[in-house]
Design a protein around this ligand. Structure first.
Ligand code: FES
Length: 149
């Protein structure tokens, strides 16, 4: 019995959805690719105009549709191309974390970060870190209804 659990654990590959702003993190992820930086292939990127556009419904929908973890990342504070979108996002992050706790979703499954267009290596490290953290938590099946992968 425990052998089967071990086998399942080693087969599990986390599915990570990343909501990223088009100006900084998306470009940073692109830089990681063009620089041939190696990182976990577990992430699927959804581009937003700005992290100010992030909504808790996007995060919950990602979990519902098969994600095991979610990243939200954009321009560093002070660098938002729409002046203050990431300040609004930063305020929402605390609310999102509280809501995750309320809904019984381990908050380690949700990671917020700032990654600039010049930080391809940081993007790779972030994806590796989140993938490893979520892999340790195991699959998230509580809210899944459809598969997007
Ligand atoms: Fe990147 Fe606002 S444009 S966070």
């Amino acid at each position: 019995m425990s052998k089967n659990k071990t086998e399942l654990k080693t087969e599990f590959e986390p599915r990570i959805i990343a909501f990223v702003c088009q100006w900084c993190t998306y470009t940073g992820a692109d830089l990681a690719g063009t620089s041939r930086i190696q990182y976990a292939p577990n992430v699927r990127i959804i581009k937003l105009p700005c992290t100010g556009r992030i909504d808790v419904h996007f995060i919950l929908k990602a979990f519902e549709q098969g994600a095991d973890g979610v990243i939200v990342s954009g321009c560093h504070p002070g660098d938002c191309h729409y002046t203050s979108g990431n300040y609004y996002a930063r305020r929402r992050f605390e609310m999102f974390k509280n809501m995750m706790n309320f809904l019984g979703i381990d908050e380690k499954r949700l990671q917020f970060a700032w990654v600039s267009a010049a930080e391809g290596r940081k993007w790779g490290s972030l994806v590796d870190e989140v993938t490893n953290n979520v892999r340790a938590l195991g699959p998230f099946d509580n809210y899944k209804s459809l598969k997007i992968f």
